[in-house]
Design a protein around this ligand. Structure first.
Ligand SMILES: [Zn+2]
Length: 218
């Protein structure tokens, strides 16, 4: 089964764990879609969070997907430690050269790009979200926002993925993010709250991941 009939989806992670936290259940569910997890940094902004210095958070991402043992997820890490290491046009050029070249669109592949929400209290999530429209300007790439832990309540999803069957696998593997062990949003209760929504619960959907389609090409 493919997500929205997409063959490939490139997921931009501002930090290690963003893609995993927000959409791992969807990647598990839609195993006929290939998800390229593009981890842009080693974690955090320079000087803000020492947990980024004491752990190799890039390895945590690799360990997470290895633990899940899925074949439809390919992890890539950028050549930068921090988002400030490249300017906005440099990031667009860099990502484009890896994923969105003339060559890569020769064969008819339905491609999507997932970005964090722009309505987000985390400034680096907003920065990466802004790369989206620039990256899809030359090719028919569907653009989809994924809800993060810091997405604001102004934001409204228009695509809900029921991940009830995938939830336990997704959450169990979260232990691979050892550096985040003391973070509140990695605690069981908050994980549960992130994946539940009363509007979905009343429809019988226990756990979900939330997205907003900005552009979709069929
Ligand atoms: Zn983040």
């Amino acid at each position: 089964m493919k997500l929205l009939n997409l063959d490939n989806v490139v997921c931009l992670s501002p930090h290690p764990d963003d893609t995993e936290f927000s959409l791992a259940g969807t990647a598990l569910k839609y195993y006929d879609t290939t998800f390229f997890v593009m981890c842009l940094t080693k974690g955090g902004a320079p000087g803000f969070d020492n947990s980024n210095e004491n752990f190799n958070r890039r390895d945590e991402v690799n360990n997470y997907w290895n633990e899940l043992g899925v074949e439809n997820v390919i992890v890539k890490h950028s050549d930068c430690d921090y988002l400030t290491d490249k300017t906005e046009p440099e990031w667009i050029n860099y990502i484009e050269n890896i994923f969105f070249t003339k060559e890569s669109f020769k064969e008819k592949v339905n491609t999507g790009l997932m970005i964090p929400t722009y309505e987000d209290s985390m400034f680096e999530h907003r920065f990466v979200s802004q790369l989206g429209h620039g990256l899809i300007r030359s090719y028919p790439i569907s653009l989809i926002e994924y809800r993060t832990v810091s997405t604001l309540t102004d934001w409204n999803p228009n695509l809900i993925v029921n991940v009830t069957s995938e939830y336990i696998r997704k959450v169990d593997a979260m232990k691979c993010f050892e550096s985040q062990d003391n973070k509140t949003f990695f605690k069981e209760t908050l994980l549960e709250q992130f994946h539940t929504d009363y509007r979905m619960s009343r429809r019988g959907i226990r756990y979900c991941e939330q997205f907003k389609i900005l552009e979709n090409f069929v």
